[in-house]
Design a protein around this ligand. Structure first.
Ligand SMILES: Nc1ncnc2c1ncn2[C@@H]1O[C@H](COP(=O)(O)OP(=O)(O)OP(=O)(O)O)[C@@H](O)[C@H]1O
Length: 235
């Protein structure tokens, strides 16, 4: 079954302000950012260095909080939550895929994938079954005992994706997920993300510098000077 996003906004940013204090001054990054993303969408965020892509992703992840405005995901108002509520919310509702994988080198692929499940009341046998299932889903069946250092970049990123989806979150945030990969491995990872979006209905927000990576998304938003200046619907 191929899923299509319904058009009801699921992620909503309204008038979001965010700046960073440098010495006595606050340098604004966003002075009234609006954004809506429906559930089931796959959005690529592009923009020049320093335009605020990571700042946006950190706010969506609940790692950082807006200075003003509203940020809502599903029914949750992230802007009015405290830090610990945001991290609990994050653990239950989203997975994050990083540019440099962020795998722990002393753990096997399967142990890395298992980590987010350790925070949940799941029996060890069920945990391992779930890990095996997601490793299979990302094309790494039987590779669970391997250590990350012995895997290619593309395989390590697949482990990163497996770890991000093992708790079955509705939202995946991807920060330059192909930035460290050659074209072939990048395309494999992008096909994987597209599968997760189209077939499993995951909502995906992906920051990327790579225009070809962006073509895998349903739409691309260009961030410049604190605003989205262009929106292109994928064919
Ligand atoms: N912790 C911080 N303290 C001070 N300034 C910051 C901080 N984080 C980001 N900034 C500033 O905010 C602006 C946006 O940074 P951000 O990292 O979000 O941009 P970006 O679009 O992700 O850039 P890149 O493509 O280079 O990763 C930049 O001017 C940056 O210097």
């Amino acid at each position: 079954m191929t899923t299509t996003p319904d058009l009801t906004p699921w992620i909503t940013l309204q008038g979001v302000r965010k700046g960073f204090r440098i010495g006595t001054e606050t340098v604004p990054v966003f002075s009234g950012l609006d954004l809506t993303i429906p559930r089931g969408d796959f959005v690529a965020i592009m923009g020049p260095s320093g335009s605020g892509k990571s700042t946006l992703l950190n706010m969506l992840a609940g790692i950082d909080s807006p200075d003003g405005g509203t940020l809502q995901i599903g029914g949750a108002r992230l802007d009015s939550m405290g830090e610990s509520a945001r991290s609990a919310w994050r653990a239950h509702n989203m997975g994050i895929v990083f540019q440099f994988y962020n795998l722990l080198p002393m753990l096997t692929a399967a142990e890395n994938v298992e980590l987010p499940l350790l925070l949940k009341p799941i029996a060890a046998g069920d945990r391992r079954a779930r890990v095996e299932k997601v490793l299979e889903l990302v094309g790494l069946a039987g590779r669970g005992r391997q250590y990350p250092a012995l895997m290619s970049g593309g395989q390590q990123q697949r482990v990163g994706i497996a770890r991000a989806i093992v708790t079955d979150p509705a939202l995946l945030l991807c920060d330059e997920p192909t930035g460290d990969l050659d074209r072939k491995s990048a395309d494999d990872v992008l096909d994987m993300l597209r599968f997760l979006n189209r077939e499993l209905g995951k909502t995906i927000v992906m920051v990327t510098h790579d225009p070809q990576a962006a073509t895998h998304a349903r739409r691309t938003l260009h961030l410049d000077k604190g605003q989205f200046v262009e929106e292109r619907k994928a064919a």
